[in-house]
Write a new protein. Structure first.
Length: 68
């Protein structure tokens, strides 16, 4: 099964409730929500910086489909 943007968002969206987050904070949120290894692998590929919204990660994951 191919991982989608919707699946990634399901695991990281809550992390953005209090302002910008780092890629490490997104990974922690994904782990806490039970994300599978595919989602964690994608998050590990993100640059080490702060993101103000989930939309900012998609340019770094250009081949990830929206939904399925």
């Amino acid at each position: 099964m191919t991982t989608t943007r919707t699946q990634v968002l399901d695991h990281i969206e809550a992390a953005f409730g209090h302002g910008p987050v780092t890629s490490d904070e997104m990974r922690e949120a994904a782990l806490a929500s039970g994300a599978d290894q595919d989602v964690l692998f994608l998050l590990d590929a993100l640059p080490d910086r702060q993101f103000t919204s989930p939309r900012e990660i998609w340019p770094h994951l250009p081949d990830l489909p929206v939904g399925g």
